[in-house]
Ligand binder design. Structure first.
Ligand SMILES: [Zn+2]
Ligand SMILES: [Zn+2]
Length: 690
């Protein structure tokens, strides 16, 4: 009996070689019809033929797909046969029936890599080799569906050989691969000098490697933006990079040619190995080996290194020719600005980079490298970017109206929500900086556009902080579109996201401990050490760390010694504080020395100033007590150094009656710090950090 079905498949099904795989499946099973991309990111398949063959086809869909595709839903509707006499790939349509994911960037696959390393292959040493299973996606997509014409590839018409491969159903990885190319028809590499003048070199990659080997810093255009590349083993080179980037201590990431090289630098367990080799290729923060040939200036004061392995042919070809087989690959951003993606902005990097390795495939969406660390053996995102963005997160909630969320200001990410899904933007950065602010707006617009959300119909959500740039942007949108605006307290938002992450049933109560640096509180204080409860209707603050004054406001975040003075001044006299600081050699932690120190004590003793219950500020003060951090040069630095220092520590006894019998939901941090100050001469600083 003849049967026809219309099948709709959602998930990561565009840009991952799905339609070619379906075509091969149809041909092997012997059914007719078509497959095409739809505008919501989903794929429509029509098959007709003998009943049992159609049945076999449906059963085989999941088995027949490519390694990077991910099926979420298969919807099957019976239809009247249309008498197709072949199976073909139809032109995409922009109709959208369902929503499906915009594909993330996928690292070069092993087969494409083999080709560029094979001297006999026509793609030998071709830096942009990619196929239906791999290559850039989100970073080069202008609109969905994912078709060549909707991406930066549209500027590179296929050559006859590539057209042949595109139409050859037996070419498993290139048949209807939207992002294929070769050295004849693909992007061109060029090397520019510091005046951005084109250098006449035969092989720009080899020349770049040579320059890096000689100690130069070269800006290299990658998938989602520019990197700065230089030797990681040479103190002088790393120091040069730090000085030029005005980045005194924040660690730089290292890219190593392969796992074997990487294992000489860091300790890699099975979990880490899997992630390093995954197609997302994140940066992992791992413990460094004792004899890693890496300059101490790469990650000052830390026993860890941020590492990753190449994710494009370009990176492989470059690393192969670098003498160490590993190199610093840090974001190519001018101080305080987002990573550069376009050649028109290269002049902003001329004070940092000596040379520029550029190419002419446009980057549409900036996507920073993702960064992951392990906390108690579990992988935790520090930054969600390339490889993961803009994949969605499914929740156990259903949003009756679309939501557009603007995040907070520091290290921020926006998000939209539709149906039961939350789709975060890629990592944006510090939105208090104008370019990042514009980026937040740009990428929220793009998500709305990809997923066909009209801001008029959406609920706008922002942080409660009245002065955050992200809050102002949200207000602008709300005014412009007349949409409802909801302001959410920072840590309540953290609790809600933790509940969603754990698929917590919202009808059940929950408790959260939020350990954070800063978030605007409902009482105008800066919160960051809160115990919150959920009773299936609302989140309430039940307890928090004792309020401490931040003498000098934000200065107390930059110079953590101010926090230590503030906390101690509640119990100790001025003379006692002076004695302690002199004994610990901490007076010079104040840039202006003793006078500034004294002024800080008076400020603290006056009881006036911004109040905070931040855990970060308490940890900062311990970090000062242990002489670990004088000035915070990057987000979380004092606490990160403290954590490192604690790794060899043992537990010390604190007088717990002081700490547990707290009243009115206030956890007495002053008493904790004072007890630590008494311990300081009687045990190791590692124990105190612990
Ligand atoms: Zn490939
Ligand atoms: Zn070609």
């Amino acid at each position: 009996m003849l049967r026809a079905v219309r099948i709709t498949v959602t998930g990561v099904v565009q840009g991952v070689g799905f339609r070619p795989a379906i075509t091969r499946l149809a041909l092997s099973v012997g059914v007719n019809g078509y497959v095409k991309n739809l505008g919501g990111g989903e794929v429509e398949i029509w098959v007709e033929g003998e009943d049992r063959k159609v049945e076999l086809f449906i059963k085989s869909i999941e088995k027949g797909i490519t390694p990077t595709a991910k099926i979420e839903k298969i919807i099957i509707n019976d239809a009247k046969p249309n008498n197709f006499n072949e199976f073909t790939i139809h032109k995409s349509s922009s109709d959208s029936l369902l929503i499906s994911e915009v594909p993330p960037d996928i690292s070069i696959c092993e087969w494409c890599l083999k080709e560029i390393l094979d001297k006999e292959n026509r793609r030998y040493a071709y830096a942009f080799n990619s196929c239906a299973w791999c290559g850039p996606r989100y970073s080069i997509i202008e609109s969905i569906p994912y078709d060549r014409d909707n991406t930066s590839w549209k500027e590179f018409p296929l050559c006859p050989s590539c057209i042949e491969a595109y139409n050859d159903v037996s070419d498993i990885r290139r048949f209807h691969g939207e992002g294929i190319s070769c050295s004849y028809c693909g992007p061109r590499l060029n090397l520019l000098d510091n005046d951005l003048k084109l250098l006449n070199v035969r092989d720009p990659i080899l020349e770049t490697a040579k320059l890096i080997n000689e100690g130069c810093i070269v800006a290299v255009k990658g998938i989602g933006g520019y990197h700065l590349a230089c030797l990681a083993s040479d103190d002088e080179v790393v120091l040069k990079l730090r000085l030029r980037k005005h980045r005194p201590r924040q660690p730089f990431a290292i890219m190593a040619l392969n796992l074997e090289i990487l294992k000489k630098l860091v300790l890699v367990n099975d979990k880490a190995e899997k992630l390093l080799l995954s197609y997302e290729r994140p940066i992992l923060i791992l413990p460094r080996t004792a004899d890693a040939n890496v300059s101490p200036l790469v990650a000052p004061g830390l026993n860890t290194l941020g590492v990753f392995i190449p994710y494009t042919g370009l990176h492989y070809l470059l690393l192969m020719n670098i003498k160490d087989k590993f190199a610093i690959m840090t974001s190519g951003n001018p101080t305080g600005h987002p990573m550069i993606i376009g050649e028109e902005d290269l002049k902003k990097l001329t004070s940092v980079a000596d040379y520029f390795l550029v190419h002419n495939r446009r980057i549409i969406n900036r996507v920073d490298d993702s960064v992951i660390r392990f906390t108690r053996g579990e992988a935790v995102f520090l930054r969600r970017g390339r490889g993961y963005a803009p994949r969605w997160i499914e929740t156990n909630l259903r949003f009756s109206r679309p939501v557009i969320a603007f995040g907070s200001d520091l290290q921020s990410t926006g998000a939209i929500a539709i149906d039961n899904k939350i789709i975060p933007t890629q990592y944006i950065g510090d939105v208090d900086e104008y370019e990042c602010y514009k980026d937040l707006e740009k990428y929220l617009y793009r998500l709305c556009n990809y997923y066909k959300i009209n801001p008029k119909d959406a609920i706008i959500v922002s942080d409660l902080h009245p002065l955050y740039s992200s809050s102002l942007l949200a207000e602008n949108w709300s005014n412009k579109y007349g949409s409802e605006l909801i302001k959410v307290q920072h840590h309540k938002a953290h609790m809600a996201s933790a509940m969603l992450d754990n698929l917590h049933d919202i009808d059940e109560p929950a408790v959260a401990i939020t350990i954070d640096g800063a978030g605007y509180g409902e009482d105008g204080a800066i919160w960051g050490g809160e115990i919150l409860t959920w009773d299936s209707e609302k989140i309430e603050r039940k307890a928090h760390l004792e309020y401490q004054i931040m003498p000098g406001g934000d200065l107390a975040t930059k110079y953590p010694a101010r926090m230590l003075v503030s906390i101690l001044s509640k119990i100790l006299s001025e003379e006692e504080i002076v004695r302690l600081f002199e004994r610990r050699g901490l007076i010079h932690y104040f840039p202006h020395g003793f006078e500034e120190f004294q002024q800080c004590i008076s400020l603290a003793k006056s009881g006036r100033g911004q109040l905070t219950s931040s855990t970060g500020r308490v940890l900062d003060s311990v970090s000062v007590l242990l002489q670990l951090c004088k000035e915070r040069t990057y987000e979380g630095e004092p606490a990160i150094l403290l954590e490192e220092h604690a790794s060899n520590g043992r537990e010390i006894k604190l007088l717990t009656s002081d700490l547990i019998n707290y009243k009115d939901g206030i956890i007495p941090t002053t008493k904790i710090i004072c007890q630590l100050a008494y311990w300081i001469d009687n045990t190791t600083s590692q124990d105190i950090a612990y």
